[in-house]
Design a binder for this molecule. Sequence first.
Ligand SMILES: Nc1nc2c(c(=O)[nH]1)N[C@H]1C(S)=C(S)[C@@H](COP(=O)(O)OP(=O)(O)OC[C@H]3O[C@@H](n4cnc5c(N)ncnc54)[C@H](O)[C@@H]3O)O[C@H]1N2
Ligand code: MOO
Length: 425
Amino acid sequence: MVERRKPIKVNDAVDRVMKFAVSGSVSYLSIEQAYGHFLGEDLVADHDVPSFDRSPYDGFAIRSIDTKNASHTNPLTLEVVGEIGAGSLFEKTVGEGQTVRIMTGAQIPAGCDAVVMLELTQEFEKDSKPHIEIKRSFNQGDNISFTGEDTKSGTVLATKGTYINPGIVALLATFGYKDVPVSSKPKIGVIATGSELLEVDEALQPGKIRNSNAYMIVSQIERAGGQPVYLGQFSDDLSTCYTQVKDALNKVDFLITTGGVSVGDYDYLPEIYQMLGANVLFNKVGMRPGSVTTIAEKDGKLLFGLSGNPSACYVGFELFTRPIIRTYLHSNHQCLQKVSATLGADFLKPNPFDRFVRGYLSYDEGKLTATPAGLDKSNVVSSLGMANVLILLPGGTRGYKRGMNVKVILLEDQTGTTLESFLSD
Ligand SMILES: Nc1nc2c(c(=O)[nH]1)N[C@H]1C(S)=C(S)[C@@H](COP(=O)(O)OP(=O)(O)OC[C@H]3O[C@@H](n4cnc5c(N)ncnc54)[C@H](O)[C@@H]3O)O[C@H]1N2
Ligand code: MOO
């Protein structure tokens, strides 16, 4: 008689796994390689930006006091005593009745406290010297980018564990990080089980399918920020498989298997966990797909027993493995963000369990619409290609109607959210 497994709630399952979350070490990469990694320490401004008062326009640096009475009927004439390009300096102090031609990004010269755009001046020669005419007054500080206006020294610009996007790369360069402290990526072993599996380059044979999950998981690990180590397809022979899993566990920070966690004759993983002396955190979750997701821990290392069914495997990874990877990377936004959207099509299956329906999010007529993608079965692979969200349909209903408000989990977003926020909605 096969054991009856008792499902636990998704949030409780996430909580149980997160108790074993650990943070990894920090290493250094050149700035050219840092994109797509995670900050290994807080990024703190060690100087003001800009670090000098500068001109945001091409124009003339002036003393605002000189322009006090300037108007259309009383134009002011100033003598142009120099020129400053971005990166150059004007070494003298600008005196009464004088101005300096200045380019965007150049330092405001001593004596000046405002800038007039080129378009608002008229240039002419007087006594063989360059002059300009101004027909309005200016206030102190007009058209000046002040020191520290962008960032004040001491500001924390991004915290440890932040995903390094192109904007963060710009900040790292601004503050002189030739070598960037990054969180070391966790090494995650991937094992496929099942004697029906063919490798990707094998021709189809009767009763067999190609191993798609391993490659899917490898990509999911990369998207989450981990370092996949594909260990191949393991034997359907129990003792060989046990030795293979045991050896694999020594080589990686976490181990993911796909398949073999249900109650079938060849579903060896539950037995292997027992042989390893691993502590099984749960072996059934109140969710669809992925109800058979089984997670165990051995000496602090997590073993993710994901389903063999592609959609169930995919969802199990995003809900349980991803936050573990993000914690290892020092992120405090470990979980995928949830947003509200309108359901784009009826979803009328009754279900006692919470559903995570693969869907695509679009922005139509001013609102976010989430539409289920393809067939909603845990053994389908086609719906995964289109999915950019998981539509969260809480269990205990007889289905959901088009137009209803639903929560969706953003799969492609790198911002993420905290564990508390993920579990509370
Ligand atoms: N009597 C019961 N049978 C099943 C139950 C149950 O509770 N009682 N649960 C069903 C549910 S729900 C799921 S989900 C599956 C999960 O089974 P396993 O995780 O043990 O996975 P397998 O049996 O090994 O394979 C399931 C399915 O997926 C295909 N597969 C496996 N590996 C891959 C791969 N690497 N790439 C692509 N596809 C893969 C495999 O051929 C099977 O078709 O169990 C139900 N049964
Ligand atoms: O675990 Mo299964 O994915 O519920 O279909």
